[in-house]
Design a protein around this ligand. Structure first.
Ligand code: 5AD
Ligand code: SF4
Length: 419
């Protein structure tokens, strides 16, 4: 049987896209290869959000091209960088057999069938088993934040019909999945014939056999009271909001075209905490946006300290050709950006440590996701928010929700015992 090996860079949407492609290939008789060297088909799913992400993908693609067996191993490059550079990518990095851009995900089945190097239909089952999986509910983004390439490479927003989302979830549950994360660049602007995201969440949460439901990403501007109330009222929807703030200065937020002020953001956080006091709120933060002053950077630090994110993804601004911010002239030096990033990361790491530390002694429901590879083989899981958990007990099994107590925190992981 032919085999495929995936290397996926970037966000969860890419992970979901890779998984969808794998499902189609599995229908065609493909199995997943343990290593790249063994695979008949290599697929690199790329990210364009920062220069560094593109560099890493290019390095990997070159490596695959160099090391490939000459026995007809194929190399496909898909995703956002594939969309951004298109056929140019084949000149930049020799050895690529096929480039499929992120916008082509809609007709992906057809694209695959046109190019499939191997045999005909065969009905081998996919041996992929996970208790947690992603389901995209919308594609693309219309926000045009001035720094961001996503609207250009993923195209404009398109919501997927609620029936289709439900069908996807039901299929995954039938395959053993117990936890679903609904995905969209901005789930709060989901809209399909009168069904908004809160309605969709309620519909999804009531599907039989779904133990946990998550969603990401919420845009602060569109994060509504209705959504927060819906999350609060549905017991199987996890108490986690990923609410990227990006910056703490109103001037910078406005240049970023984010559509909210730092005061608006703080109010949203307050609203969430009014309905769900122990909700985990996480964020994306960008430092070194063109013309960001030291004082404005300090405002980001203050906001971070005041809000207390459980965790955050933090980035130095990376200019992306074709975006509005790329033509703003007052770039900061790499050194400045790096310094700011380091300072921010240090502060947030301390906050994360505190947040995890505050959990010691508390009871938490842990969703068990799997077992560690390491020799001590603890069970891994997640609490009802976004916190990582390790559990050392015999009765565990992936897909169970267990009542536990936190005995220790190791900075970014809770060690729990069963109660
Ligand atoms: N440079 C650095 N970070 C970026 N992000 C998006 N575009 C850029 C860029 N040009 C970050 C934002 C976004 C996350 C997915 O990536 O913080 O929320
Ligand atoms: Fe990019 Fe803004 Fe859309 Fe997020 S909301 S994908 S940061 S343009």
């Amino acid at each position: 049987m032919p085999s495929v090996f995936f290397q996926t860079f970037g966000c969860q949407m890419n992970v979901a896209d890779s998984s969808r492609i794998f499902d189609i290939l599995a229908e065609k008789g493909f199995v997943s290869a343990e290593t790249a060297a063994q695979a008949d088909l290599l697929i690199v799913n790329t990210c364009s959000v920062r220069e560094h992400a593109e560099q890493r993908a290019k390095t990997r693609i070159s490596q695959f091209a160099r090391e490939r067996r000459n026995s007809g191993q194929k190399l496909w490059v898909i995703g956002c960088m594939a969309q951004r550079l298109g056929e140019r990518l084949r000149d930049e990095v020799p050895g690529i057999d096929l480039v499929i851009g992120a916008k082509e995900m809609e007709d992906i089945r057809q694209r695959i069938e046109e190019h499939l190097p191997y045999g005909s239909e065969c009905t081998a089952a996919a041996e992929k088993s996970s208790v947690t999986d992603f389901v995209p509910v919308m594609r693309g983004c219309d926000n045009y934040c001035s720094y961001c390439i996503v609207p250009y490479v993923r195209g404009s927003e398109m919501s997927i019909a609620p029936e289709k989302v439900e069908e996807q979830i039901e299929q995954k549950i039938a395959g053993g999945v117990k936890e679903i994360t609904l995905l969209g660049q901005n789930v709060n602007s989901y809209s399909y014939e009168g069904c908004d995201f809160s309605d969709l969440l309620s519909r999804a949460a009531s599907i039989d056999g779904l133990k946990r439901l998550r969603f990401t990403t919420s845009h602060p501007r569109d994060c509504s009271e209705k959504l927060v109330r819906t999350v609060a009222s549905l017991p199987n929807v996890c108490n986690h909001f990923h609410l990227p703030v990006q910056a703490g200065s109103d001037r910078v937020l406005s240049l970023m075209n984010r559509g909210y002020s730092s005061g608006d953001y703080r109010s949203k956080v307050e609203m969430i905490r009014t309905y769900i006091p122990d909700a985990d709120i996480t964020s994306d933060i960008l430092v070194g946006f063109p013309s960001e002053t030291e004082e404005e950077f300090r405002q980001t630090l203050s906001l971070v300290s005041d809000v207390g994110f459980t965790t955050a993804f933090m980035f130095a601004y990376s200019p992306r050709e074709g975006t509005a911010a790329a033509s703003m002239k007052e770039y900061l030096s790499d050194k400045q950006k790096k310094q700011r990033l380091t300072e921010l990361v240090n502060i947030q790491t301390e906050i994360t440590r505190e947040k995890y530390g505050q959990m010691i002694g508390k009871q938490v429901d842990v969703f068990v996701t799997g077992r560690q590879d390491r020799h001590d083989k603890m069970w891994m899981g997640q609490d009802n928010g976004c916190k990582r958990v390790l559990l050392g007990c015999n009765g565990a099994e992936a897909g169970l929700i267990l009542k536990t107590r936190v005995i220790k925190s190791s900075g970014m992981t809770l060690i729990v015992e069963r109660v």
